[in-house]
Design a protein around this ligand. Sequence first.
Ligand code: KIV
Ligand code: ZN
Length: 397
Amino acid sequence: MTSKNTAANDATKPRILIFDTTMRDGEQSPGASMTLNEKLELATLLESMGVDIIEAGFPAASEGDFAAVSAIAAQSKSAVICGLSRSTPNDIDRCGEAVRKAARPRIHTFISTSPVHMKHKLKMGPNAVLEAVGRSVSQARNLVDDVEWSAEDATRTEFDFLCKCIDTAIASGATTINVPDTVGYSHPDEYGALIRRLIENIPNSDKVIWSAHCHNDLGLAVANSLAGMANGVRQIECTINGLGERAGNAALEEIVMAMKVRGDTLPYETHIDTSYLARASAMVSRITGFPVQYNKAIVGKNAFAHESGIHQDGMLKNSETYEIMKPEDVGVAKTSLVMGKLSGRNAFRDKLESMGYFIEGDALNDAFKRFKDLADRKKHVFDDDIIALVDEQLAAE
Ligand code: KIV
Ligand code: ZN
């Protein structure tokens, strides 16, 4: 165990930068918009949690986004504050202006590079796209020292053209190169191999930080991000609760806990204090009104709940039987043994004791039988139901 609840906190391991885009890509979830005050509240929490880069919005998209990015930049202390911008001169200027007050400002500029996007969305040929890459990155670099460039739809881009675009971005001053799986099309082996091949083929690949930005259309965003990491990515773009366009982005809490729990096979460190994860999840859910699914990894209501008798019995003997991490590591107070029709006698007795009832032998057997009958009839057995059941039995004895 580490003293601070970070994902590894071991300086000998490569550091993974956590780039949170809940307020930019996350806000692109239909219905997930956030007010200025909500964004400021979330940014404060993300910074306290140890997020390295906060993508605070898309300043040219609206006056509201501009105001939010500027306000987050002005209040920031340690995190890099980043704004997104297309490759147009106006977007880049607005973005530079919005992040100006940050202690550590970043402009993140992007353009599509895949044939389908260039033809149908941009209506631009490869040469014009290449020219836009050089021009936009140079312009951004004249405004700030920290410039991220993304090849939108990189995973469906022709490899040699992708290399040319990345070469140009690096030559023009980009400091981070992001390889988005924009439509969540890749699978882990493929995404990992793409990152490796890019790093091996780009002459100045060691001069920049490589970043993964994976969408979850096939449910592979986290797996793809981890494959990227194993092949040289050192920045992961992710969101709280996996919020984001369509099926969302890689979930920050899953990425970070995968490293913390499986340090044996994922030997990397982050500066995230994982005890903030449950709070961050609840805050994003409250702000956006998006419920967290009960069985969501790490932060779902059931992530540390056990109902079957066999599992509850194991948990009462040793929590490692059915839990691979401690609830307090992610900021959840404790494991819960949920009382239902599958619960066993040991868990029932433990529950009674936690409520101040110490009964044994026939009295316990009777109470347990009556509890099972009730649980067969009633979907949710609450503490009050159990109290009523035992009090009734004790009164009759
Ligand atoms: O998914 C994507 O490609 C993006 C880029 C703008 C980074 O969100
Ligand atoms: Zn995205």
